[in-house]
Design a protein. Structure first.
Length: 321
């Protein structure tokens, strides 16, 4: 009753903001992401005769809300499998938790946890490797985790209940091969606070309608390997997400001056004739989407600004190790 799994975090392309159901983490609209092969979370879980449930991430024992989110995943796995033993979980991110904000490690954390627990509890024997079910399990820790589970280019269908809120992979790296130049930047806020803030913005309802339309447009662009259309849609979505959050009651600014310094450099690179487009999630970290042949130039341009840079290809689904 022990298993280990690895999963990749993702870059949100059409990001979800706000939740219709905070317990099941069901959003107001669909969303699309791409997994990042260069980053990962390794998670090992064991069920057994332990004195208590424990969860350790990057050497730190979880408590409070963070622990409750892990437990919500395990409780559902227990419900599906019928096991009653306590659990011990150890998880490690390729970049330590808390070093940066907006790299999407909650997505890989949920995906790796769900996959390891699924195996350790014997659900692979009961259901096979059912990635739709796995995405529903992972969603309980973080909404984006349901997309991280299925990998490559994934769409999360919002649905209205546990059964119809799940993710599917609709394209793979071989269909649309891009590189993501990541500029990690730190900030001090909770993502859940940003989601709650967004729902109070006067722009929120219009954002929900626009984001749902963008999912259809973006999926078509990816399936057609239309990089220009892809980049334009993703940039617009990032700008709109930050506009919505910054117009809530607390006026939350999720970006930093460094974020916009990188964004303006992306504009300059495009004027030089190099195709690349920026994106940001719920945080200041900037993702620069480009083509494989341009990734070295874009990487050097970001490094010349003095920032640490990670270059990633498209990553696959969560895997049992």
């Amino acid at each position: 009753m022990k298993a280990k799994a690895v999963a990749h975090p993702m870059e949100g392309l059409v990001k979800y903001h706000g939740l219709r159901d905070w317990t099941l983490r069901i959003p107001f609209h669909d969303s699309i992401s791409v997994n990042l092969d260069a980053l990962n979370t390794f998670t090992e879980i064991e069920f057994g005769d332990f004195g208590e449930d424990t969860a350790i991430v990057d050497g730190q024992k979880l408590a409070g809300r963070e622990f409750e989110r892990v437990k919500s995943v395990i409780d559902y796995v227990k419900q599906l499998s019928g096991i009653e033993e306590n659990f011990h979980m150890v998880s490690r991110n390729s970049i330590p938790k808390g070093d940066v904000k907006g790299l999407g490690f909650s997505s890989s954390a949920g995906a790796a946890l769900a996959t390891a627990a699924y195996k350790a509890a014997g659900l692979d024997k009961k259901f096979g490797m059912d990635y739709r079910l796995l995405s529903r399990i992972a969603r309980r820790l973080a909404g984006s985790a349901c997309r991280s589970v299925v990998g490559d280019y994934a769409r999360w269908f919002a649905g209205t209940s546990d059964e119809d809120s799940y993710a599917v992979r609709f394209a793979e790296r071989r269909d649309f091969d891009i590189r993501v130049v990541v500029v990690p930047l730190n900030a001090d806020f909770k993502t859940e606070d940003a989601h709650r803030e967004a729902q109070s913005s006067p722009l929120f309802e219009a954002h929900v309608r626009a984001a749902q339309r963008r999912c259809d447009e973006l999926q078509q662009a990816i399936e057609k390997a239309d990089f220009k259309k892809f980049g334009e849609i993703v940039e617009l979505d990032a700008l709109e997400l930050h506009a919505v959050t910054s117009t809530g009651p607390q006026r939350m600014i999720l970006s930093t001056p460094d974020s916009w310094r990188v964004v303006h450099r992306v504009y300059e690179i495009r004027r030089e004739g190099i195709e690349c487009y920026f994106s940001m999630q719920t945080g200041p970290t900037v993702f620069i989407n480009t083509l494989p042949e341009n990734s070295s130039y874009v990487k050097s341009a970001a490094e010349d600004l003095g920032y640490r840079v990670i270059v990633s290809a498209v990553g696959g689904p969560a895997k049992i190790l």
